[in-house]
Design a protein around this ligand. Structure first.
Ligand code: NAD
Length: 490
């Protein structure tokens, strides 16, 4: 595995300058460094941007069927490498292999989805009395994608594939902590027939990203990450009128009414908090439970949570892997300590390092899920994005009350409702500030549904019908068939 990764990290496109910043990849399961790479120099980046821009001009002339065929070939190559890619992803992120395999399967769906999307016409034709007018969807040009570390493979597909299929080129900068599957995908696309330079992965951290954002060659920036970085990137991109998509953080509400199917609601709350060790932007970390089912809900949740198998993420039996890195591990522990000091909050379960880890992962960044009961809206743990397994349970009495409280946040990424009254489910979801919402489930994101948030959670959408809007621009053309109707004297 590391041999393959080393060859990806050192392939011909990579920078080998020993003067640029050095990054070390650490396996979060055992806190052991396994690879190193250098960020590109400004010169490397300028060359890569030149190549991106030149190849885009050619690529934009390719036919929809050519593009569709390449994506289908890439889907075939990916299908033959599911194990391999998911192991790379698990080694970078620490997410259980069951989860990363699921992401790779969804990646195959994504490639098939866009291979079909590009065959549909998005152009419009108008007949005018003396001519014809048409409105074309044309590419944005050279685009850039900047990814987060929690779902690196999903990020590279949702941004990279969507961008290139509409005739753009893309410079993709994965998170410095988790670049491996993006590098693999770059090779896969070239093997499938994508011309060299159309999709390029550039390594590094904020500095590399800044170079891309400020480059006049870049016409669109698609960013996934924290609100604080996102706000800066948005302002910088605006300075040169670049189009943006911002996929940022959240503190989403999950509302459980007293008529909910309680076992399903418990499943939903677990999926909304424990999946990927809680490192999911859309997680429903504010769990509002109607007061008359609170005790029953908490008891069932506790029983199920105690059964979770925390362990080696490469083991298919593992439910919960480590946090991605030490910084995130420390940050989540800090929040747990803050929660324990909050006025009335009760740490019902977890929040510690598990003491029964197998010896080969003793040094991993593992934590038990933490359940806090008796939470109130103003508590820090109920207000701020933690990005770890910290569930805040809040009690509510009425529908109107819970809607107001759920919306009382600066975020607006996702929301969920559990109720058997489907009218109430839809009514409540309609009233919540969220770009993605679920009734009687949580955190499903099939490729055909647009993804993104409102308020501080972001702007723009990825996937589904939204992708054409995000990755192309309109060009209007009027073609005169008669003489020019000119009011001026001859
Ligand atoms: P981050 O903001 O620290 O980093 C994100 C990316 O920005 C990385 O590639 C990083 O190298 C780059 N970056 C760092 N400094 C930069 C700068 N000054 N200019 C430009 N780019 C810079 O976020 P993270 O810790 O990698 O990811 C976690 C965050 O991402 C969470 O807040 C989470 O909610 C969010 N997220 C959102 C979505 C979504 O779809 N809305 C999906 C996944 C993650």
């Amino acid at each position: 595995m590391t041999k393959l990764l080393r060859s990806l990290l050192q392939s011909k496109h990579r920078c080998h300058s020993s003067t640029s910043p050095l990054f070390t990849l650490i396996n979060p399961a055992n806190a052991t460094p396994h690879s190193h790479y250098h960020a590109p120099t400004p010169d490397d980046l300028s060359h890569a941007l030149e190549l991106s821009s030149a190849s885009q001009k050619q690529w934009s002339k390719s036919s929809p069927t050519q593009r569709s065929t390449i994506l289908r070939r890439a889907a075939d190559i990916l299908s033959q490498n599911v194990q391999h890619v998911s192991r790379l992803e698990t080694m970078d992120t620490g997410r259980p292999i069951r989860e990363t395999e699921f992401d790779v399967l969804e990646g195959i769906e994504c490639l098939h989805y866009y291979s079909g999307q590009i065959l549909q016409s998005h152009d419009l034709l108008y007949n005018h009395p003396t001519g014809q007018a048409y409105v074309k969807r044309v590419p944005m040009g050279t685009t850039c994608g900047i990814g987060a570390w929690n779902y690196p493979f999903q990020g590279v597909l949702w941004k990279g594939v969507a961008s290139v299929v509409y005739g753009n080129s893309m410079m993709y900068k994965p998170s410095e902590f988790t670049p491996s599957t993006a590098l693999w995908m770059e090779e896969c696309l070239v093997e499938a027939g994508l011309p060299e330079g159309v999709f390029q992965v550039v390594l590094g951290g904020g500095e590399t990203a800044q170079h891309l954002i400020h480059s006049p060659k870049i016409s669109k920036v698609s960013f996934t990450g924290s609100v604080s970085t996102g706000l800066r990137v948005y302002q910088q991109a605006a300075a040169s009128m670049k189009k943006v998509t911002m996929e940022l953080g959240g503190k989403s509400p999950l509302i459980i009414f007293n008529d909910a199917h309680l076992d399903n609601a418990v499943c939903g709350a677990m999926m909304a908090n424990w999946y990927s060790s809680g490192q999911v932007c859309s997680n429903g970390t504010r769990v509002f439970v109607q007061e008359d089912v609170m005790d029953e809900f908490v008891q069932r949740l506790l029983e199920r949570t105690k059964k979770l198998r925390i362990g080696d993420p490469m083991d298919t039996e593992t439910d919960i892997g480590p946090m991605v890195h030490k910084l995130q591990y420390d940050k989540v522990l800090d929040y747990i300590h803050i929660g324990m000091k909050e006025d009335r909050a009760t740490l019902l379960y977890g929040g510690k390092r598990p003491n029964n880890l197998p010896s080969h992962i003793q040094n991993g960044y593992n934590l038990q899920p933490a359940i806090f009961t008796n939470c109130t809206d103003e508590m820090t743990i109920a207000k701020e994005e933690i990005f770890g397994m910290v569930m805040s349970i809040l009690s509510f009495k009425s529908e109107q009350e819970v809607i107001e409280r759920a919306n009382n946040t600066e975020f607006g990424l996702a929301a969920g409702v559990f109720t058997q009254d489907i009218q109430r489910g839809q009514r409540v979801i309609d009233s919540l500030d969220a770009g993605a919402a679920w009734i009687n489930n949580y955190n499903l994101a099939p490729i055909y549904l647009p993804w993104g948030g409102c308020k501080l959670s972001g702007i723009g959408r990825e996937n589904g019908v939204a992708s054409v809007e995000e990755w192309t621009q309109w060009k209007s053309v009027y073609c005169e068939m008669g003489d020019v109707d000119c009011p001026y004297p001859k």
